[in-house]
Write a protein that binds this ligand. Structure first.
Ligand code: UD1
Length: 417
């Protein structure tokens, strides 16, 4: 198993291009199932989670081809409607295929996703919405058997929580449904808007994506389309945090700053100097990082839970304490014990972390506990004096394309061994 070895405590410098967003690419790949024919996704990041989604499409009978960051999916023929347990386990987010498989084939068999590194991963909102849309769902021996013999039927759905995955699944199920579906309290994340834009190019009728209420008027069929995946706002936040902790100047291109308002305001508050263009952000940090009184993770457009780990890591090096409250996932703080090995002074109480001021980090042996926690360790290691080893890099590979190459291009001493 590979690990990252980072010799930190030095500045980084230069320009880096953001990749496409994993969290957009996955539902977009699921969406290609609905449009018989060959769809083309550009700016599709080369990540293990994306590979897992491609494996699912292949298993279902689609033909997929990757050329650089362009993935072509030919979904003219779909021969199966189940996702085997091993593929479901490879990527918890594969539940986003559920709505699309039922929409395309009238049924689906998938294993229940169970828990993940971030705690229990319930799908009750997905299930109850699909049931309201006429899908019969039986749970048997850890499998969900779904069928919509008379087709999916549009309905009015109010989500108790604006779940990103549930909103995506409902949209995917509603595109070819009979009649109109309205989602109240829908998730408003940019990835929802990207999905709706792609599906509308394919011929779907989705209105209001990015707002609380999304309306989908079912159509008989949709065709393939070509689409450019939006930039990964969490990857960008990770690069900015890395620049901030190392006291560096870094320019990140192919960014959508509009998607990052809440995150960028934290960098401003911490005393970083940001220069924000239409599609690029330059960050520079010359003075000691300043703490912020409190950060609370929220649904979009609030501060995103996925940007929490790299930014909490940055705040651990600030001049005073920050209170960090995680409101979205129960088990998000596992990586904090690893950060403490580098010298971070952080106390956690349930979903609250008190991040106390620490002058510097020292290199240590660590292991990634999950995707974003792993990225946080890379950020910490870049700032730490001496050598840091990060084990379990497979977590990081789920969401960062060749992280060692990205940071060595900025002059960091980082290698995979
Ligand atoms: C997506 C992102 C993930 C991000 C999260 C929140 C993808 C592939 N993943 O995950 O990176 O951290 O949004 O922005 O896009 N919940 C329920 N019942 C449900 C569904 C969700 O209780 O049926 C709860 C979850 O346990 C969690 C919260 O709602 O506490 C948010 O989950 P959700 O918005 O669904 O996140 P994901 O779509 O899984």
């Amino acid at each position: 198993m590979s690990k990252l070895v980072i010799s930190g405590g030095r500045k980084i410098d230069g320009t880096i291009l953001a990749h496409g967003a994993k969290n957009s690419a996955l539902p977009l790949l699921a969406a290609t199932l609905l449009c018989k024919g060959e769809s083309v996704l550009h700016n599709c990041p080369n990540l293990s989670d994306v590979d897992a989604a491609i494996k699912i499409l292949n298993y279902l009978g689609c033909y997929c081809k990757r050329e650089g960051n362009t993935v072509t999916v030919n979904s003219s023929v779909v021969t199966k409607n189940e996702i085997p347990d091993d593929l479901m386990r490879e990527m918890r987010s594969s539940i986003v295929f559920l709505g699309a498989i039922i929409g395309r084939t009238g049924g689906a068999i998938v294993s229940s996703p169970g828990g993940c590194e971030l705690g229990p991963r319930p799908i009750d909102l997905h299930i109850s919405a699909l049931k309201k849309m006429g899908v019969t769902i039986e749970e048997e021996h850890g499998f969900l058997k779904c069928s919509a013999i008379d087709g999916i039927i549009g309905n009015d759905i109010t989500l108790q929580f604006p779940s990103v995955g549930a909103t995506e699944n409902i949209i995917l199920a509603a595109v070819l449904a009979k009649g109109e579906t309205v989602i109240h309290n829908a998730a408003k994340e940019p990835e929802i808007v990207d999905l709706a834009e792609f599906l509308n190019k394919c011929g779907a009728n989705i209105f209001g994506a990015g707002n609380d209420t999304v309306r989908i008027v079912g159509v008989d069929k949709i065709g393939p389309a070509e689409h450019y995946v939006i930039p990964d706002r969490i990857e960008v936040a990770t690069y900015l945090a890395a620049a901030a902790v190392t006291g560096s100047k870094v320019n990140v291109k192919k960014v959508n700053p509009e998607h990052m308002r809440a995150t960028l305001s934290i960098f401003n508050e911490c005393g970083c100097v940001l220069s924000v263009g239409d599609e690029e952000i330059t960050i520079e940090r010359n003075k000691r990082l300043l703490s912020v009184p409190m950060i609370k993770t929220m649904v979009y457009p609030g501060f995103p839970t996925d940007a929490g780990p790299p930014i909490l890591t940055m705040l651990a090096l600030a001049d005073s304490s920050t209170l960090f409250i995680e409101n979205i996932f129960q088990n998000r703080f596992k990586y904090i014990d690893e950060l403490k090995r580098l010298g971070a002074k952080i106390r956690t109480y349930s979903n609250v972390a008190l991040v106390e001021s620490c002058k510097k980090f020292m290199g240590a042996k660590t292991a990634a506990t999950d995707l974003r926690g792993g990225a946080a360790l890379v950020v910490a290691a870049l700032a730490a004096e001496g050598i840091t080893e990060i084990d379990n890099v497979y977590h990081i590979d789920r969401g960062y394309e060749n992280i060692e190459r990205c940071f060595s291009n900025l002059g960091a001493d980082i290698k995979r061994v």
